[in-house]
Design a protein around this ligand. Structure first.
Ligand code: S3P
Length: 179
């Protein structure tokens, strides 16, 4: 099930960056993965909220998406500092060309890939995401998947995020990292 472009891939301590759409499980899986590898975990969205002292919804409402994206780019550049850690990124972070290039060169990107139906069910548990506020989540996630999946596919590791316990995904990642 798991796809690794380079079968000889072996994790060498570079930051591990989880990418993928909203609801893919980046934060939950990332936290567990970090625990298993005994390295720190950072959630980029939370770092942005802390830096701005506002929630992501408040940032979107008061300053707009472009302002949020700029903060997101700066935070991720700060987090990728060469030290071993797991970083969960917001679903749009990898769309920024500069951020994408940095992640691909200085970190190891892992795409948590899930079907829009699975994602829509998961995101319905929280309503903190501005992009999903006024529309049908399945419709938005289907559209985003079309645009974003070709970019996420540039990650050297793709792990399907199924309707299964997150521990299954963590195991798949550990295997893909050659550990
Ligand atoms: C976004 C995803 C969110 C958050 C923001 C925008 C996106 O993060 O960064 O609401 O553009 O996909 P999660 O992927 O952690 O939900």
């Amino acid at each position: 099930m798991l796809q690794t472009r380079d079968s000889s891939l072996h994790w060498n301590g570079r930051p591990i960056v989880l990418i993928g759409l909203m609801g893919a499980g980046k934060s939950t899986v990332g936290r567990r993965l970090a625990h298993r590898l005994d390295i720190p975990f950072t959630d980029a969205d939370q770092e942005i909220e802390t830096a701005a002292d506002m929630t992501i919804s408040e940032i979107f409402d008061r300053f707009g998406e472009e302002y949020f994206r700029d903060g997101e780019r700066r935070v991720i550049h700060r987090l990728i500092d060469g030290s071993p850690k797991v970083i969960a990124t917001g679903g749009g972070a990898f769309l920024n060309a500069e951020t994408r290039a940095l992640i691909l060169s200085d970190a190891i990107a892992i795409w948590l890939d899930a079907q829009p139906e699975v994602l829509a069910e998961r995101v319905s548990r929280r309503d903190t995401r501005p992009l999903l506020r006024d529309r049908d989540p399945l419709e938005v996630l289907t559209e985003l998947a079309e645009v974003r999946n070709p970019l996420y596919a540039l990650a050297p590791i793709r792990v399907p995020s199924l309707k299964a316990p997150h521990e299954v995904t963590v195991e798949a990642i550990i295997k893909a990292l050659g550990l």
